[in-house]
Design a protein around this ligand. Sequence first.
Ligand code: SF4
Ligand code: SF4
Length: 114
Amino acid sequence: MRKFLSVNPDICIGCRLCELACAMSKENVFNPKKARIKVDMIGFPEVPVPVFSRLCDSCAGKPQCLKYCPVGCITFIEGNPKPDQKNIVLTEIVAEDWLERNTRKKEEDNADNT
Ligand code: SF4
Ligand code: SF4
């Protein structure tokens, strides 16, 4: 089965090592602007949301960004439900989902403590 790249923004710490690893491996420069993964900072307080660009080619099956992510939030696994498409997350949707879940969790925690 075909493998696909994915990110879990819930555990991303916003270190941007993935951007540096990508820029270095694809363009031979330590310039995050050249990376094919971008860590968007969304909302207030800001939340890091890594997003693959359409130029990402999965490093021909050996993703370099994944190797340098210190918390393991980038995965390259089998099971893409849409094998002809890259799993490109829409930043706003990921961020909204993250904020909603975390706001709900905070409210539940506050309710437990009263
Ligand atoms: S898989 Fe390769 S091309 Fe895609 S973002 Fe990661 S390092 Fe860049
Ligand atoms: S290397 Fe991992 S933790 Fe750091 S910004 Fe990229 S995805 Fe997030």
